[in-house]
Design a binder for this molecule. Sequence first.
Ligand SMILES: Nc1nc2c(ncn2[C@@H]2O[C@H](COP(=O)(O)OP(=O)(O)OP(=O)(O)O)[C@@H](O)[C@H]2O)c(=O)[nH]1
Ligand SMILES: [Mg+2]
Length: 371
Amino acid sequence: MSTFQDQIKELEDQIKRTKINKATEKHVGLLKAKIARLKREQQDRLMGGGSGGGDGYDVKKSGDSSVALIGLPSVGKSTLLNQLINQKISQVGSYAFTTLEAIPGIMSYEGASIQIIDLPGIISGASKGKGQGKRVLGVARGADLLLIVLDVFSALHHFELIINELSYVGIRLNQEAPDVVIKKTNRGGIGIASLKILTKIDDSTIKSIMNEYRLINANITIRSDISDDQLIDVLEGNRVYIPAFIVLNKIDLVSDLELREVKEKLNMKNIGISAESGKNIDELKKIIFNYLSLIRIYLKPYGMEADFEEPLIIRNGADVGDVCDKLHNSFRKEFHYARVWGKSVKHSGQKVSIKHKMEDGDVLTIVRKTN
Ligand SMILES: Nc1nc2c(ncn2[C@@H]2O[C@H](COP(=O)(O)OP(=O)(O)OP(=O)(O)O)[C@@H](O)[C@H]2O)c(=O)[nH]1
Ligand SMILES: [Mg+2]
């Protein structure tokens, strides 16, 4: 295992020693691709050897969205879970590794049921299997939102550690998935069609990175201004793109000035809270709800009044078909047409297809073929 580690370190040092400019761009891109390959091989080895123990805890997804609490031991994750869901289901302790498995709970907010998953603390080397780390990170990979929980006293150092561990298992935070499509061909070399001006990578770097992945004949269509790292992410596959923000806990123990100093140094959106006293918990709930970009749909059964009491909660960007799937697994098959009142249509009661995109507050009638 150390040989992987040594090789990766050696390549990373080479990048550090290289002055990055137009002339070295391609070389650096290649080094990065090599590092990515070594990391993948290292991960494969770990998985195969079973040293991490499975791919995550067996947490059943429930609710409209799931949020994972990730952080080092004793920062207050379990205290926070209990606050958010208003129940004491996860044990709190003043010693490290109190929590030994994933503990899910449901937070109710604005008609939405949001699953919050408390996790064991992670430590440096978690991504390589240390202290149940792989299982913890496995759950994090499946979440719709990550709350990075930091103790206000060690926030900066811990933040960096967590970012590294997450990145190692292919989790990309607060990044759009790069819009890149690659199709293998039989001949003709690498054909590049960029529909955006590329400011971070040039054609020759693209080609050599693709060659590093044994792609000699292929067409690549690029619709976002990608970097070399993002191209490698696409080639590696297996990346997940998850929104995240920082929860700075235990602010009851510091002055406002101390808190401000820490906040200024963090380069990710954050909120200071006290999980123990409940300070800023309501604000945090609101932030969670907003980050998940959930929308409310009011269902109006055919020929009846709309139900404005209990909206159906679904993710932003969902279409009528997604609503059907949420209601019953027969709805999509039996779908005839739908009518919508609200922001997503021009006319009230407009007839729409199953592909129609919904917006927050829309009223929806689904008409089934059997009706
Ligand atoms: N002062 C203060 N103490 C807190 C706060 N939140 C948690 N604690 C204390 O910090 C200790 C650790 O809390 P836990 O909630 O068990 O921490 P954890 O992150 O779940 O720890 P592990 O399960 O070991 O990873 C406990 O003694 C808590 O009482 C807070 O906001 N302020
Ligand atoms: Mg805990």
